[in-house]
Design a protein around this ligand. Structure first.
Ligand code: NDP
Ligand code: 2IT
Length: 443
């Protein structure tokens, strides 16, 4: 049996109850075959694939807090410190009722390769909780964040592990978490990124994932003789990534016609009114169904359906496995030319294969959504030198990083004979740097 198959079998047996983690591992290891085959004896002896698929450390803790009725609530907190070969653990925190250790492991595993691709010195990690922020008062959010950080504070630090936001964790939560870290440790340091601008945050971090996604997708389109000008774009999600992806798409001359949340989706064929969306989602924290009150000509549909709309470019920006084989078929039938992942692993393995087989340009999340964590690393740099850079400076750096990730992914794919397969290219390019660092540092 080949080394890759052997490790896939071993990881599958050991983590049978963690489907998302297995999906992420299979996708990466399958695409690493050409590199692993070229170095099989050495990698096997050094147990490179076993080491890269086993978290260095997994922390699970109780988070008890008091709700507005005086009732004590108990949640579970996680931090998976996956790989520190190239820098301190770095990756977001997700607060969502679906969170479990398998989901945090899949996200932490992906983060290793994504962070490597940025070219910046950050290892891979991820954390979160099964806490549901929906419908909670501001005081309840603060109580939860304080309880969460009271436990987490002993495992993180500016040079050890630096969390940030993800689903359900934005500027408000980062502020409460940072305040509690400072109270617990007495340290005012860059322990979290995505901070507010008055206490060490970086300009562009809010926009970075969405903007970066468009910078990457634009490079991919340009390499194939297309551009965003005049294109129709379908986007899923209505959170941080989706909103700023939509903003940059419009700036590049495209028309964004859809957005979604977990209850439904909007179709606005004249182009989504982002000011209205920001008011609903960022200010009022309300449901997307409110959108049609501001734009009576738009449609609101309950349930799934974003990918049934005719579009040139599809940008899944909500959550994992939200674009399945049937969706891929509908997109191809409607003539889509590119799919770029703003979310982590939003496209199922079958859907990805189908899109690639039908000539659709496909940008994998770990390359295309790396702009968020890259700008987080730029926030860490600014914190270290106790300076802050202008919006233009950070945006120019972000743009350069995304163009570089595209170049690296394209070059690695071509080198191994898989031209234009950016899934393989991104995985290989991300892996090569991490492995070199792991080998250099010994066991
Ligand atoms: P937000 O919490 O800001 O927004 C998430 C959006 O996705 C909401 O509209 C939410 O709808 C929707 N959503 C979440 N879960 C589901 C679900 N199970 N089914 C349908 N819709 C769902 O999160 P972000 O925008 O930050 O994150 C979106 C994706 O991007 C995630 O995959 C995340 O891992 C990834 N990502 C985020 C980065 C960042 O910097 N924030 C960086 C790189 C990747 P509702 O409001 O109804 O829950
Ligand atoms: O998935 C991701 O890359 C993020 N949620 C951002 C992580 C970060 O540390 O900025």
């Amino acid at each position: 049996m080949s080394y890759v198959d052997e490790v896939i079998a071993r990881v599958s047996a050991k983590n049978a109850a963690e489907p998302e983690f297995l999906q992420a591992v299979k996708e990466v290891l399958e695409s690493l075959r050409p590199v692993v085959e070229a170095n099989e004896a050495r990698y096997r002896r050094e147990a490179i694939l076993e080491r890269i698929t086993e978290p260095e450390r997994q922390i699970k803790f109780q988070v008890s807090w008091v709700d507005d009725q005086g009732q004590v609530q108990v949640n579970t907190g996680y931090r998976v410190q996956f790989n520190s070969a190239i820098g301190p653990y770095k990756g977001g925190l997700r607060f969502h009722p679906s969170v479990n250790v398998g989901i945090i492991k899949f996200l932490g595993f992906e983060q290793i390769f994504k962070n490597s691709l940025t070219g910046l010195p950050i290892g891979g990690g991820k954390g979160g909780s099964d806490f549901d922020p929906k419908g909670k008062s501001d005081r309840e959010i603060m109580a939860f964040c304080k309880a969460f950080m009271t436990e987490l504070s002993r495992y993180v630090g500016a040079d050890t592990d630096v969390p940030a936001g993800d689903i359900g964790v934005g500027a408000r939560e980062i502020g409460y978490l940072f305040g509690q870290y400072k109270r617990m440790t007495g340290l005012f340091e860059g322990v979290l990124t995505g901070k507010g601008l008055t206490y060490g945050g970086s300009l562009v971090r809010t926009e970075a994932t969405g903007y970066g996604l468009l910078y990457f997708a634009d490079e991919m389109l340009k390499a194939h003789g297309h551009s965003f000008k005049g294109k129709t774009v379908a986007i899923s999600g209505a959170g941080n990534v989706a909103i700023y992806a939509a903003e940059k798409a419009a700036q590049l001359g495209a028309r964004v016609v859809t957005l979604s949340d977990s209850t439904g989706w909007i179709y606005d064929k004249e182009g989504v009114d982002l000011a209205a969306v920001k008011e609903i989602k960022e200010v009022r924290r309300a449901r997307l169904s409110e959108y049609v009150k501001a734009r009576p000509n738009a449609e609101y549909h309950e349930g799934r359906g974003v990918w049934s709309v005719k579009c040139d470019v599809a940008l899944p920006c909500a959550t994992q496995n939200e674009l399945n084989l049937d969706d891929a078929k509908a997109l191809v039938k409607n003539g889509v030319i590119a799919v770029a992942e703003g979310a982590n692993m939003p496209t199922t393995l079958e859907a990805t294969e189908y899109l690639q087989k039908h000539g659709v340009l496909f940008a994998p999340g770990k390359a295309a959504n790396a702009g968020g964590v890259a700008t987080s690393a730029l926030e860490m740099s600014q914190n270290s030198e106790r300076l802050s850079w202008t919006f233009e400076e950070v945006d120019a750096k972000l743009k350069g990083i995304m163009a570089d990730i595209f170049k690296k992914s394209a070059a690695a794919a071509e080198k191994y004979g898989f031209k234009d397969n950016y899934v393989m290219g991104a995985n290989i390019a991300g892996f090569e740097k991490v492995v070199e660092a792991m080998l250099a540092q010994g066991v």
